[in-house]
Design a binder for this molecule. Structure first.
Ligand SMILES: N[C@@H](CCC(=O)N[C@@H](CS)C(=O)NCC(=O)O)C(=O)O
Length: 337
């Protein structure tokens, strides 16, 4: 072990456990806890309301407040920060053991896209099945406040349920879940599950024999739909992963083909709407019409994907482009200014 790594570990041991504020009903919280457990990074989860937790600590809440919120040193000061994907990148740099990024550059890019697909598209399944149907919304409306505070009266529960459910149901429009898109989401979800099931018969994780960051992203969303498989992988002994893009099984190609009919065209249409200053947009896709409110964060995600692609060596760029093209996803990295 180099002196530098030794010192870094020592600092980490003093600074840890890493604190995060989350909620079991938050898919991104579940993504990050499963990640921290797999990495064997000491951490402490604070289950509570972000503002209530931060106020006595004299820490400003992040803007916007999104779960999970991590408390990490910034300029020597404990600061509240969010956004799982860049946070995983930061942790991967400080905790290099048990990496969740594939070694091969092209596969690493594919992992980046799949992580974004998990965060930005699979979340539509989660949100849709939680809030679109009255019976599910009624169930979630009761369970979600109880996940934050269980010792409340029936009247208080009814109050929180009403407010919480109303706020989230109003947000269905933002993620694109509505009567018109409901069959589309349902079809995409079933097709995704079928591909995943076929894939998991061949490999235990999306990109090989140990989890990559994309597994945690997809898993986080699926926890809310009753999947528990990746909850604690701290006991998994990791073998070296020498896979390259050409080793990917057909099932990952199938997954990208599915994404080419849903995630990819909607990410691009959303970016176009934002660039043109439109508040909402719709697009005719093979499987039906899609419409949603413009979502600035997802336009940023698309820009990040392009940035990751531009970082690749030329031969890897060619390799990745051929893979994407084969699966009709090349527009993800093409310039469409
Ligand atoms: N891009 C963020 C998304 C986090 C996020 O959307 N969290 C949800 C809970 S799972 C949230 O806090 N939603 C509250 C809101 O949208 O106001 C990440 O990857 O961490």
């Amino acid at each position: 072990m180099s002196y530098y790594i030794f010192l870094k570990r020592l600092t980490q041991m003093i600074e840890t456990p890493i604190k995060l504020i989350g909620n079991p009903a938050s898919p991104y919280t579940r993504k990050m806890i499963a990640y921290l457990r797999f990495k064997r990074i000491p951490h402490q989860v604070i289950w509570g309301d972000v503002s209530d937790v931060l106020k006595p600590m004299n820490i400003d809440p992040p803007k916007p407040i999104l779960l999970p919120v991590f408390l990490l040193p910034r300029d020597g000061k404990l600061t509240a920060v969010t956004d799982s994907t860049p946070l995983i990148e930061e942790f991967e740099n400080s905790y290099p053991d048990r990496p969740v990024y594939p070694e091969d550059q092209s596969l690493r890019f594919i992992n980046y896209v799949l992580e974004d697909f998990g965060d930005e598209w699979c979340t539509k399944y989660m949100f849709h099945y939680r809030w679109h149907f009255a019976e599910d919304a009624d169930n979630a409306g009761t369970l979600l406040p109880l996940g934050i505070m269980s010792n409340i009266s029936d009247d208080e529960l009814a109050f929180f349920k009403d407010n919480f459910a109303k706020r989230q149901i109003d947000r269905l429009w933002v993620v694109g879940s509505n009567d018109e898109t409901a069959p589309f989401i349902d079809q995409s979800y079933k097709s995704f599950l079928e591909i995943l099931e076929n894939h998991l018969k061949i490999q235990p994780y999306l990109l090989g024999s140990s989890p990559s960051s994309c597994d945690f992203a997809v898993y986080g969303q699926l926890t809310q739909l009753m999947v528990r498989s990746l909850e604690d992988r701290s006991g998994l002994e990791v073998k070296e992963n020498n896979l390259t893009l050409s080793d990917l099984p057909q099932t990952i190609h199938d997954l990208f083909k599915e994404m080419s009919t849903s995630y990819v065209p909607t990410m691009i249409a959303n970016k176009k709407a934002i660039d043109e200053g439109r508040d909402e947009w719709d697009i005719d896709l093979d499987k039906g019409k899609w419409k949603q409110k413009s979502f600035p964060y997802q336009a940023k995600c698309l820009a990040w994907i392009k940035e990751e692609y531009e970082k690749l060596d030329t031969d890897k760029k060619d390799e990745v482009f051929s893979f994407l093209q084969l699966n009709h996803c090349e527009s993800l990295v093409e310039s469409n200014e």
